[in-house]
Design a protein around this ligand. Structure first.
Ligand code: RP5
Length: 381
């Protein structure tokens, strides 16, 4: 098991390079391995670095069925083809959702807690190609959204990373504290361990940071009005409506939240994400974006109520990386939201007001946050 992981790490590193030497290096990893189980793991692991979109899926299946020890020549040509396919492929938006459902190993419910022994546990090591490919320029004023590949570091080297604390990169703060608890480190790898238990995947998957990946979720609400201007009621309770967006990565409806960037306050992220995803006012129109941010900060976003802070049950979570959020409610009491022109932007296809009720289907833990918002306003559910 140990050497299997070591090989996977090497391959992880080599694939990141995408250079001409790549094939030779992979070949070296394969041929220098004297354990057949390690060798067989190589193509399996390689398939985890690309999107299993329709055009790649049959090829990925072929790779999975290869037995290295039986036919190295075939493997070599398959790998060459694999590399060139990956090199030439355009990573589409669909990769996120596709990957999150196809690569993790199954964990029975009772084996999820770390306190339960699970000696046969074989999580898939997976870090998506775009995460590994983030440029790590130490001189850039804007720190990268993803960490460097800590799976390549030893436990001792990892001690310099400020897990459970505020860290800093290129002069910008990176919040590595959990809103949930003080998280533990895996005793073998020294990497953060998901406080909610096993997920069937190690590495970062589609997430940028090891440990918590902090997001901010603005819940913009108002009471639903009928055409005559009165508030709609069901079973004598007012009906609440909130702004939702349709995510581009998986088409699911969600609160228009987003990641907190290094050095950016949660309060600003809440405004920025709402402006970009629900109003389609993005940073490419700098002047308009700034004006809108200031207006929102002075009005609707001047007073918010924290609905939830902590872990999000996000499909991207792994054993070493997970989503956390600060979800705040901004309730319209003045009618200002009637001046908003909703339009999906950035990571969102669509944006709309939607009545809140038990039948809502939303991304990740978002329905739970909305239920709590509804309770706060004693509204119908
Ligand atoms: C969820 O992912 C959070 O609650 C937040 O809404 C969202 C942030 O991720 P991106 O929308 O930036 O992908 O877990």
């Amino acid at each position: 098991m140990k050497s299997l992981h070591q090989n996977a790490r090497k391959v992880n590193y080599y694939v990141r390079m995408f250079t001409k030497e790549l094939l030779d290096e992979i070949d070296y990893v394969i041929t220098s391995s004297n354990q057949s189980s390690s060798s067989a793991a190589v193509p399996r692991r390689l398939t985890k670095f690309v999107e299993p979109s329709d055009n790649l899926s049959s090829f990925v299946d072929q790779l999975k069925s290869i037995h290295l020890e039986k036919d190295d020549d075939v493997l070599h040509s398959q790998l060459s083809q694999f590399i060139s396919t990956v090199s030439n492929s355009n990573l589409s938006e669909s990769w996120k959702s596709e990957l999150s459902r196809c690569v993790r190993s199954k964990v029975p419910d009772e084996k999820v807690p770390w306190s339960t022994k699970y000696s046969d546990y074989q999580p898939v090591l997976f870090t998506a190609w775009p995460v590994l490919h983030v440029s790590l320029d130490p001189t850039s004023p804007k720190p990268p959204w993803a960490d460097e590949d800590f799976t390549l570091k030893s436990k001792d080297e990892l001690k310099s990373v400020k897990f459970n604390k505020d860290d800093e990169l290129n002069g910008k703060k990176i919040d590595r504290k959990s809103r949930e608890c003080k998280y533990e480190m895996d005793s073998k790898t020294g990497l953060p361990r998901n406080p909610r238990g096993r997920t069937g995947m190690i590495g970062r998957g589609l997430l940028g940071r090891f440990g918590p990946n902090l997001a901010a979720d603005p819940i913009v609400s108002r009471f639903k009005k009928l055409p005559d201007g009165s508030i709609k009621h069901i079973n004598k309770k007012p009906v609440l409506e909130c702004v939702f967006i349709q995510r581009k990565d998986n088409n699911e409806w969600a609160i228009p939240g987003g990641m907190v960037e290094p050095g950016t306050a949660v309060s600003l992220t809440l405004v920025k994400e709402f402006r970009e995803e629900a109003l389609n006012v993005c940073h490419n129109d700098k002047e308009k974006a700034e004006k809108m941010t200031n207006e929102l900060k002075k009005t609707l976003f001047s007073k918010g109520f924290t609905i939830y802070e902590g872990y999000v049950d996000d499909p991207r979570n792994t054993d070493n990386a997970w989503m956390e959020t600060v979800a705040k409610n901004f309730h319209d009491t003045t009618g200002i939201t009637y001046t908003f022109q909703l339009e999906g932007g950035d990571d969102a296809f669509n944006s709309k007001w939607q009545e809140c009720s038990f039948s809502l289907k939303l991304y990740a833990s978002h329905k739970h946050f909305i239920e709590k918002t509804v309770q706060r306003h004693s509204a119908h559910w």
